[in-house]
Design a protein. Structure first.
Length: 287
């Protein structure tokens, strides 16, 4: 990470599917000189101890009745951040923007981010808003990036994508910032771009990542109207599968190897995805 990216009073979007590793790296690079305050939806038991050594602090964003927890409402999070950045200086790591969007809706979360940007401008804190790529669509990420520009290696990737050819931009803004065990989430196709050639190419890309998209392949052999309908269903399932795969990697210490294989197989087959999500949520809550 470039040192000049961590400027006081700035809010940045940090896309990642491996927030715990990134947080640990942040502590190794900045923790000796700067306080890092972490708000996370990951159970603190799964976070390396280096992240909570004095003066650093880790707080769990959860509804569970545990000590020093923060209820995951926008009001509570705003108040917590406002109080924290009103004194001293440091880095505030806020993980789980995609969960807030799922619970509160994107417009409410965008307003929340704007309010955080406003109160941070006179503070001595850098705020990093952390989320998993692929859990929101391209337009939503773009609107967040206007309020909180991305930093680190991701920023370089974004600049390359902006200047790239049409085919490259179709692959997705965050296609390279991906854990090796989680396929990239491709950007949405515009409605006027859903011709059979483009749908065929998208189908092949998903197959190369390992997803079973045979219903789309079959539909392409029929006609473009049916292909567009099936594409919408498949894309929605793949977004959910990608989110589940990211959660599997975040909670891999809680999952046995056979169970991890089984869950990943369901994700790539695009089957029982809601069941997989519920099972993963229950694992996190029971830890």
């Amino acid at each position: 990470m470039a040192e000049d990216a961590m400027q006081p009073g700035m809010v940045h979007l940090w896309p990642t599917v491996n927030p715990i590793s990134d947080l640990e790296d942040l502590h190794k690079s900045h923790g000796k000189l700067t306080e890092i305050h972490t708000l996370t939806r990951t159970n603190p038991k799964q976070i390396p101890s280096i992240c909570s050594l004095d003066p650093h602090q880790v707080r769990w964003v959860t509804d569970r009745p545990v000590n020093d927890a923060i209820r995951p409402t926008l009001e509570n999070l705003y108040s917590t951040i406002d109080r924290k950045i009103s004194s001293n200086r440091g880095i505030l790591w806020f993980e789980g923007i995609e969960l807030l969007v799922r619970v509160n809706g994107f417009d409410a979360v965008l307003k929340f981010v704007r309010s955080i940007v406003d109160i941070s401008q006179t503070s001595e804190w850098t705020i990093l808003i952390v989320g998993a790529p692929g859990t929101m669509d391209k337009e939503q990420w773009a609107r967040l990036r206007r309020e909180a520009p991305t930093i680190s290696r991701q920023q370089t990737i974004d600049e390359k994508v902006d200047d790239s050819m049409e085919f490259v931009s179709e692959i997705g803004i965050y296609s390279q910032e991906i854990d090796q065990d989680v396929p990239p989430m491709l950007s949405k196709l515009p409605p006027n771009g859903m011709d059979l050639i483009t749908l065929e190419r998208r189908c092949t890309q998903w197959e190369d990542f390992g997803f079973d998209v045979s219903p789309l392949r079959d539909a392409i052999n029929v006609n473009v109207e049916l292909s567009r309908e099936v594409y919408q269903i498949i894309e929605s399932n793949i977004r959910l599968a990608t989110e589940c795969l990211s959660q599997i990697e975040r909670t891999r210490k809680l999952i046995t190897s056979p169970e991890r294989i089984k869950l990943r197989f369901r994700c790539f087959q695009l089957t029982e995805l809601e069941t997989v999500r519920i099972q993963l949520d229950e694992m996190e809550k029971s830890d």
